[in-house]
Design a protein around this ligand. Structure first.
Ligand SMILES: N[C@@H](CCC(=O)N[C@@H](CS)C(=O)NCC(=O)O)C(=O)O
Length: 197
Protein backbone atom coordinates (compact mmCIF):
# COMPACT_ATOMS: atom_id res chain seq x y z
CA UNK A 1 0.00 0.00 0.00
CA UNK A 2 1.38 3.42 -1.02
CA UNK A 3 0.18 6.55 0.76
CA UNK A 4 1.36 9.81 -0.73
CA UNK A 5 1.29 13.11 1.18
CA UNK A 6 0.97 15.86 -1.41
CA UNK A 7 0.39 19.59 -1.74
CA UNK A 8 -0.31 21.13 -5.12
CA UNK A 9 2.32 23.42 -6.66
CA UNK A 10 5.08 22.11 -4.45
CA UNK A 11 8.06 19.80 -4.60
CA UNK A 12 5.68 16.87 -4.19
CA UNK A 13 4.33 17.50 -7.73
CA UNK A 14 7.32 15.52 -9.06
CA UNK A 15 6.29 12.45 -7.06
CA UNK A 16 2.66 12.93 -8.09
CA UNK A 17 3.73 12.91 -11.75
CA UNK A 18 5.88 9.79 -11.27
CA UNK A 19 3.09 7.90 -9.51
CA UNK A 20 0.87 8.55 -12.53
CA UNK A 21 3.67 7.46 -14.89
CA UNK A 22 4.04 4.24 -12.88
CA UNK A 23 0.29 3.67 -13.10
CA UNK A 24 0.18 1.82 -9.77
CA UNK A 25 -2.48 2.08 -7.05
CA UNK A 26 -1.81 4.74 -4.43
CA UNK A 27 -3.75 6.87 -1.99
CA UNK A 28 -3.20 10.62 -2.01
CA UNK A 29 -3.52 12.57 1.24
CA UNK A 30 -3.85 16.20 0.22
CA UNK A 31 -1.78 17.94 2.82
CA UNK A 32 -1.74 21.54 3.97
CA UNK A 33 1.69 23.18 4.37
CA UNK A 34 2.80 26.66 5.44
CA UNK A 35 3.20 28.74 2.25
CA UNK A 36 5.55 31.67 1.72
CA UNK A 37 2.60 34.07 1.41
CA UNK A 38 1.60 33.30 5.00
CA UNK A 39 -1.28 30.96 4.14
CA UNK A 40 -1.45 27.30 5.09
CA UNK A 41 -0.32 25.45 8.18
CA UNK A 42 1.39 22.24 9.17
CA UNK A 43 -0.93 19.27 8.75
CA UNK A 44 -0.92 16.98 11.80
CA UNK A 45 -1.68 13.97 9.59
CA UNK A 46 1.59 14.41 7.70
CA UNK A 47 4.25 11.96 9.00
CA UNK A 48 7.17 13.94 7.52
CA UNK A 49 9.41 14.81 10.51
CA UNK A 50 9.53 18.48 9.41
CA UNK A 51 5.89 18.64 8.28
CA UNK A 52 6.98 18.99 4.65
CA UNK A 53 5.88 17.39 1.39
CA UNK A 54 6.49 15.06 -0.27
CA UNK A 55 6.25 12.12 2.09
CA UNK A 56 5.50 8.56 1.08
CA UNK A 57 4.46 5.65 3.27
CA UNK A 58 4.96 2.21 1.72
CA UNK A 59 3.16 -0.26 3.97
CA UNK A 60 4.48 1.07 7.30
CA UNK A 61 7.77 2.49 5.95
CA UNK A 62 8.18 6.26 5.64
CA UNK A 63 10.31 7.75 2.86
CA UNK A 64 11.00 11.48 2.63
CA UNK A 65 13.12 13.66 0.34
CA UNK A 66 11.95 13.91 -3.25
CA UNK A 67 15.07 12.31 -4.71
CA UNK A 68 14.89 9.37 -2.32
CA UNK A 69 11.19 8.85 -3.04
CA UNK A 70 11.73 8.88 -6.81
CA UNK A 71 14.55 6.37 -6.51
CA UNK A 72 12.57 4.23 -4.06
CA UNK A 73 9.60 4.07 -6.42
CA UNK A 74 11.55 3.34 -9.60
CA UNK A 75 13.42 0.58 -7.73
CA UNK A 76 10.14 -0.77 -6.31
CA UNK A 77 8.59 -1.08 -9.77
CA UNK A 78 11.52 -1.97 -12.07
CA UNK A 79 9.17 -3.52 -14.62
CA UNK A 80 7.77 -0.03 -15.34
CA UNK A 81 11.22 1.01 -16.69
CA UNK A 82 11.05 4.54 -15.26
CA UNK A 83 14.51 4.18 -13.76
CA UNK A 84 17.50 1.88 -14.08
CA UNK A 85 17.64 -0.98 -11.57
CA UNK A 86 20.82 -2.04 -9.73
CA UNK A 87 23.01 -3.96 -12.16
CA UNK A 88 21.27 -2.61 -15.23
CA UNK A 89 23.40 -0.70 -17.76
CA UNK A 90 22.49 2.94 -17.26
CA UNK A 91 22.24 2.72 -13.45
CA UNK A 92 25.41 4.79 -12.96
CA UNK A 93 24.17 7.57 -15.21
CA UNK A 94 20.69 7.44 -13.66
CA UNK A 95 22.09 7.80 -10.14
CA UNK A 96 24.36 10.60 -11.30
CA UNK A 97 21.38 12.63 -12.59
CA UNK A 98 19.42 12.01 -9.42
CA UNK A 99 22.18 13.12 -7.04
CA UNK A 100 23.48 15.93 -9.27
CA UNK A 101 20.00 17.44 -9.09
CA UNK A 102 19.85 17.49 -5.30
CA UNK A 103 23.49 18.24 -4.61
CA UNK A 104 24.13 20.82 -7.34
CA UNK A 105 21.09 22.04 -9.30
CA UNK A 106 18.83 22.96 -6.38
CA UNK A 107 21.64 24.67 -4.44
CA UNK A 108 22.70 26.70 -7.50
CA UNK A 109 19.19 28.05 -8.10
CA UNK A 110 18.67 28.70 -4.39
CA UNK A 111 21.97 30.60 -4.13
CA UNK A 112 20.92 32.67 -7.14
CA UNK A 113 17.64 33.59 -5.45
CA UNK A 114 19.61 34.54 -2.33
CA UNK A 115 21.97 36.65 -4.46
CA UNK A 116 25.15 34.83 -3.39
CA UNK A 117 25.74 32.51 -6.38
CA UNK A 118 28.87 34.51 -7.33
CA UNK A 119 30.56 33.82 -4.02
CA UNK A 120 33.85 32.01 -4.82
CA UNK A 121 33.09 29.18 -2.39
CA UNK A 122 29.64 28.70 -3.92
CA UNK A 123 31.12 28.59 -7.43
CA UNK A 124 33.90 26.22 -6.35
CA UNK A 125 31.44 23.89 -4.62
CA UNK A 126 28.58 23.84 -7.10
CA UNK A 127 29.61 25.67 -10.30
CA UNK A 128 26.84 27.75 -11.89
CA UNK A 129 23.73 27.95 -14.00
CA UNK A 130 26.00 27.89 -17.12
CA UNK A 131 27.42 24.48 -16.25
CA UNK A 132 23.90 23.20 -15.56
CA UNK A 133 22.78 24.39 -19.00
CA UNK A 134 25.83 22.89 -20.71
CA UNK A 135 25.30 19.50 -19.12
CA UNK A 136 21.60 19.36 -20.00
CA UNK A 137 22.19 20.49 -23.57
CA UNK A 138 24.91 17.92 -24.17
CA UNK A 139 22.70 15.14 -22.72
CA UNK A 140 19.87 16.00 -25.11
CA UNK A 141 22.09 16.07 -28.19
CA UNK A 142 22.87 14.95 -30.81
CA UNK A 143 19.36 14.55 -32.03
CA UNK A 144 17.41 12.39 -31.62
CA UNK A 145 17.94 12.07 -27.86
CA UNK A 146 14.45 12.69 -26.57
CA UNK A 147 15.24 12.15 -22.90
CA UNK A 148 18.21 12.64 -20.57
CA UNK A 149 18.89 8.89 -20.59
CA UNK A 150 18.42 8.62 -24.36
CA UNK A 151 15.37 6.75 -25.63
CA UNK A 152 13.92 5.94 -22.20
CA UNK A 153 11.92 8.53 -20.27
CA UNK A 154 12.87 8.20 -16.60
CA UNK A 155 12.38 9.85 -13.24
CA UNK A 156 15.56 11.80 -14.06
CA UNK A 157 13.53 13.74 -16.63
CA UNK A 158 10.89 14.46 -13.99
CA UNK A 159 13.45 15.73 -11.50
CA UNK A 160 15.62 17.74 -13.88
CA UNK A 161 12.74 19.36 -15.78
CA UNK A 162 11.01 20.43 -12.57
CA UNK A 163 12.82 23.76 -11.97
CA UNK A 164 11.92 24.87 -15.50
CA UNK A 165 8.31 23.79 -15.23
CA UNK A 166 8.07 25.81 -12.01
CA UNK A 167 10.07 28.81 -13.32
CA UNK A 168 9.99 28.80 -17.15
CA UNK A 169 12.19 31.92 -17.27
CA UNK A 170 15.06 29.87 -15.83
CA UNK A 171 14.99 27.39 -18.75
CA UNK A 172 18.33 27.24 -20.60
CA UNK A 173 17.65 28.97 -23.92
CA UNK A 174 18.49 26.17 -26.33
CA UNK A 175 16.18 24.39 -28.81
CA UNK A 176 17.07 20.93 -27.46
CA UNK A 177 16.06 21.98 -23.94
CA UNK A 178 12.86 23.71 -25.04
CA UNK A 179 11.86 20.64 -27.08
CA UNK A 180 12.58 18.35 -24.10
CA UNK A 181 10.42 20.49 -21.79
CA UNK A 182 7.60 20.39 -24.34
CA UNK A 183 7.88 16.59 -24.58
CA UNK A 184 7.70 16.40 -20.78
CA UNK A 185 4.55 18.53 -20.56
CA UNK A 186 2.88 16.53 -23.32
CA UNK A 187 3.11 13.28 -21.37
CA UNK A 188 -0.36 12.00 -20.40
CA UNK A 189 0.78 11.29 -16.81
CA UNK A 190 2.05 14.85 -16.37
CA UNK A 191 -1.25 16.21 -17.69
CA UNK A 192 -3.27 13.87 -15.49
CA UNK A 193 -1.38 14.97 -12.37
CA UNK A 194 -1.83 18.62 -13.33
CA UNK A 195 -5.57 18.16 -13.91
CA UNK A 196 -6.02 16.49 -10.53
CA UNK A 197 -4.24 19.41 -8.84
N1 LIG B 1 14.41 18.61 0.41
C1 LIG B 1 13.00 18.39 0.48
C2 LIG B 1 12.30 19.74 0.52
C3 LIG B 1 10.81 19.60 0.73
C4 LIG B 1 10.17 20.98 0.88
O1 LIG B 1 10.82 21.98 1.22
N2 LIG B 1 8.84 21.04 0.65
C5 LIG B 1 8.13 22.28 0.82
C6 LIG B 1 7.13 22.46 -0.31
S1 LIG B 1 7.94 22.86 -1.84
C7 LIG B 1 7.32 22.20 2.10
O2 LIG B 1 6.77 21.18 2.43
N3 LIG B 1 7.24 23.33 2.83
C8 LIG B 1 6.48 23.43 4.03
C9 LIG B 1 7.31 23.83 5.22
O3 LIG B 1 8.45 24.23 5.03
O4 LIG B 1 6.79 23.72 6.33
C10 LIG B 1 12.52 17.56 -0.71
O5 LIG B 1 13.02 17.79 -1.83
O6 LIG B 1 11.68 16.68 -0.56
Amino acid sequence: MLTFYHARQSRSSRVHWLLHELDVPFETIRTDIPRRDGTGARDPRNPHPDGKVPALVHDSRLVTETGAILLYLTDLFPERSLGFAPGEPGRAEYLTWRFWYGDVVEPVYLLEVLGVADHPIAAATFRSRDEIATRLISALQPSPRPWLMGDRFTAADILLSSPFLYSPDATPDHPAVHAWITRCTERPAYRRAQELD
